[in-house]
Design a protein around this ligand. Structure first.
Ligand SMILES: C[S@@+](CC[C@H](N)C(=O)[O-])C[C@H]1O[C@@H](n2cnc3c(N)ncnc32)[C@H](O)[C@@H]1O
Length: 195
């Protein structure tokens, strides 16, 4: 039987192909900490991960997950909106971040009314693109089937269109469920050889 690969697995594969030991990476939406654990493993002992969420329980869950894997020393967790990421990242890391992961929507198992909002998501993407190193990647897993997720996804398409094509490329990976409401993965790549 053919194995169905999830968009999350694809996101991990793509991000994993960019990250090298001692890199810096960001998890813009901590949630239950799965992506943070993946990023912390990928950057190795000399790398670092910054993670953001606006819900205390997301930080608690993520920290517990990191502890289980003894990865907590590689990660700084912030109870803050990703829209404010620039004020939480040390200035010496600007232009040195290898990967930023967003997984939009709500925290599974928590209040579904607390979801990512388009204004803060776009502000965070603007900040993330400032922080990126040459040869770096942003992934955004979006859910047009959720309340508000359709508009958020449309705005993401528009945000990708306005990117400077001399520095960035973007693509959308669709899920194997061929429906307009199915999740999709935005992949924004910053080129390596910028002058
Ligand atoms: C789908 S979950 C993320 C799943 C997570 N990446 C994982 O591996 O478990 C989305 C998360 O985004 C968070 N969120 C919503 N608005 C946010 C914001 N402005 N800044 C940071 N996180 C936000 C929610 O609280 C929720 O925990």
């Amino acid at each position: 039987m053919m194995k169905r690969i999830s968009l999350l697995e694809i996101a991990h594969d793509i991000v994993g192909s960019y990250i090298e030991p001692a890199d810096i990476a960001l998890d813009a939406t901590l949630g239950n900490g799965h992506d943070t654990v993946f990023l912390a493993r990928s950057v190795g002992t000399d790398g670092h991960v910054f993670g953001f969420d606006i819900q205390p329980q997301a930080l608690i869950k993520s920290f517990q997950r990191l502890l289980q894997h003894d990865l907590q020393r590689r990660v700084t967790l912030r109870l803050a909106s990703h829209a404010d990421m620039l004020s939480h990242i040390p200035k010496q890391w600007y232009g040195r971040v290898r990967a930023v992961m967003f997984n939009l929507g709500y925290l599974p198992g928590a209040d579904k009314a607390v979801i990512t909002q388009i204004d803060s998501t776009l502000a965070a993407l603007d900040s993330a693109s400032v922080l990126l190193a040459p040869r770096a990647v942003i992934t955004v897993l979006a859910y047009p089937g959720h309340a508000g997720g359709d508009l958020e996804t449309e705005q993401l398409v528009a945000w990708c269109r306005q990117l400077d094509r001399t520095c960035f490329t973007s693509e959308v990976v669709l899920s194997s469920h061929d429906k307009p409401s199915a999740p999709r993965l935005f992949v924004i790549r910053k080129q390596a050889d910028l002058l």
